[in-house]
Design a protein around this ligand. Structure first.
Ligand SMILES: [Zn+2]
Ligand SMILES: [Zn+2]
Length: 85
């Protein structure tokens, strides 16, 4: 004799939906984060150069090292520091 499994299945289904929603939220957050970490010059590579003395993080390594004036505050960049998390 078998017990009816339907209530368990629907509960499980609800759980899966919740997990999927959570994953979707995390993926969205991740996408937004990636967007924020994009180079503001070429818009494709990851940010990796911090301009000094202002400390702005706006460019990837390739674009950053050739930048002599900060895009955000227009301060003359005296040093380019590699940014690592
Ligand atoms: Zn770039
Ligand atoms: Zn700046």
């Amino acid at each position: 004799m078998q017990r009816k499994k339907e209530p368990i299945i629907s509960l499980h289904g609800l759980h899966v939906v919740r997990v999927r929603n959570k994953i979707a939220a995390i993926e969205l957050e991740n996408a937004q984060m990636q967007q924020r970490l994009r180079c503001k010059m070429c818009l494709c590579k990851e940010l990796s150069i911090v301009f000094l003395p202002c400390g702005h993080l706006l460019a990837c390594e390739q674009c950053g090292v050739n930048t002599i004036t900060c895009l955000a505050c227009k301060v003359a960049v005296t040093r380019h520091v590699k940014f690592t998390i």
